[in-house]
Design a protein around this ligand. Structure first.
Ligand SMILES: N[C@@H](CCC(=O)N[C@@H](CS)C(=O)NCC(=O)O)C(=O)O
Length: 266
């Protein structure tokens, strides 16, 4: 086989490049001058005042009452997280929690409320979830833990706070005859309906313009409130919301949505 002679490529002799003269542009020169002037004043070189990262307000303030166990839960969490936090006493007796300033932080007119920078979170168990996420602490170790925790938080609001917490509240702070207790609960119910009505005056659904699980959680109570002696029609925004809910596909009165006997659908 004939040897194929490789044509050797003539090596291009690189032209000796003239080193480019680094001419500083007028802009660079001006910036360097400014930077030098700032450095002379003690400012860090290369960082204009504008480029400095904006300081985020990370201040945590707990608004509450020391006798309130929902407030205590948050104090406990902050303490266990080793957080730095401010505390503001809310004068419930003077109705401070019902003032527009306070209600702008907590629409439910209750303690506690957690202020973190310009964000406000109410409802102790929601605050715990918020802080757990913020500090990355006490959240459990797996997704299944997350749901177990959610179960306990729900159960706490349902049974522990109403059973043990309310009993403490009746014994320690309120009159205790059965009639007193009944009327206490009724006032609470009316207040809850009024809270919903006020909120729904400015919002189509509880959170934003579309139904969420917040609406799903609330709807069955409202749909059956008449059986507890409450008149939803007295709360026009709530009434309008209930009608809006009924127009959402899949929504129906609790008694018609739940079968009365076993059903196997799949
Ligand atoms: N579910 C709420 C309960 C909060 C609550 O009941 N706070 C009471 C003090 S312990 C309160 O603010 N009471 C005044 C009122 O309801 O007018 C939470 O856990 O944050």
């Amino acid at each position: 086989m004939a040897k194929v002679k490789r044509r050797s490529k003539a090596k291009a002799t690189p032209k000796a490049r003239k080193p480019k003269k680094l001419v500083a542009s007028a802009r660079i020169k001006a910036a360097a001058k400014k930077s030098a002037a700032r450095a002379a004043k003690g400012a860090p070189i290369g960082k204009s005042a504008k480029a400095r990262p904006k300081k985020v307000d990370d201040t945590i303030t707990l608004h509450g009452v020391f006798l309130s166990m929902p407030t205590a839960k948050i104090g406990l969490m902050l303490s266990m997280c080793g957080a730095k936090w401010n505390y503001r006493h809310v004068a419930l007796r003077d109705g401070q929690h019902k003032t527009p300033e306070y209600m702008a932080m907590n629409r439910f007119a209750q303690v506690p409320v957690l202020q973190h920078g310009d964000r406000c979170i109410a409802q102790s168990n929601a605050i715990l979830q918020y802080l757990a996420q913020h500090f990355g602490r006490f959240q459990g170790r797996s997704e299944s833990d997350t749901w177990r925790i959610a179960e306990w938080l729900g159960w706490d609001f349902d049974r522990l706070s109403t059973g043990v917490g309310m009993s403490r509240s009746f014994m320690k702070f309120h009159p205790q005859t059965p009639e007193d207790v009944k009327s206490f609960m009724r006032v609470r119910g009316e207040q809850a309906l009024a809270t919903l009505d006020r909120h729904l005056g400015g919002s189509k659904f509880l959170v934003g313009g579309a139904p969420t699980i917040a609406d799903i959680a609330v709807f069955p109570w409202i749909a059956t409130a008449d059986e507890g002696g409450f008149t939803v029609a007295n709360y026009p925004n709530l009434q309008a919301w209930a009608e809006r809910m009924l127009a959402v596909p899949g929504v129906a009165h609790p008694y018609t949505i739940l079968p009365k006997e076993d059903r196997v659908a799949a």
